[in-house]
Design a protein around this ligand. Sequence first.
Ligand SMILES: [Zn+2]
Length: 267
Amino acid sequence: MAIYDPKNRPAAAYDTHAHLNEDNFWHDVPAYWARAQEFQINEVNVVGYDQVGNERALAIAHEFENVHAIIGFQPEDVASMTDEAFAQLEEDAQDPEVVGLGEMGLDYHWPDNPSSTVQKAALNRQLELARELHLPVTIHSRDAFEDTYELLAANSIDQFGGVMHSFSGGPADVKPFLDLGMYIGFSGMVTFKKASEIREALKIVPLDRILVETDAPFLAPTPMRGKQNEPMYVRYTVQKIADILGLSYDELANITTENAHRLWLNK
Ligand SMILES: [Zn+2]
């Protein structure tokens, strides 16, 4: 792994998925955002997951330039997506700082999560809204690739686009989502020693479909594994992916930033 030196003014990178709305960051967002920019992490998507998280994501996006909001209900919180909460989501989704909807999806890993029937209904409702508003989506999928694929395909995801965030599968898992036109988001997991399947998946993703993300405060990349993750650490993930693909840090940062601009900012 090459040695990264911020003084070399590396190319700017875009952390496409961070939870600066979590309590870990919420009272100190300016400090975390400043640290990120010291390392040329110059754009961040703050991703909501429930009603409070969505309101905070919007507030942060309004306060800081180049920080954007993605709002929605994640699988474990869909029970709180009442008709009233959904109406609020519909209204907030029209805010110009909102670049996408999510995170939403299916998570069959945790036995305490709502049933698959409830999760699928909530995902479907949010996908319909995304299609109506033509907003790209951030998809969380854990132990649920088949059902996720079916719902995305049934909702014509190719018409509004999205990302499989913090992708955790192998090459056979990634292929169907590429066929749907989706982007693939790689988090710190791609740096983990045992994650060879994810690295094999990475190798078959076209360069113009790769996004990088932290999923902060979770999944800090090696060599920060076990610490609280934050946007400035996305640089380790950029470097690792560049090394795997035989590219320089700058090349990979530029490619993934362009991809993020195309998907989230329509530019
Ligand atoms: Zn997340």
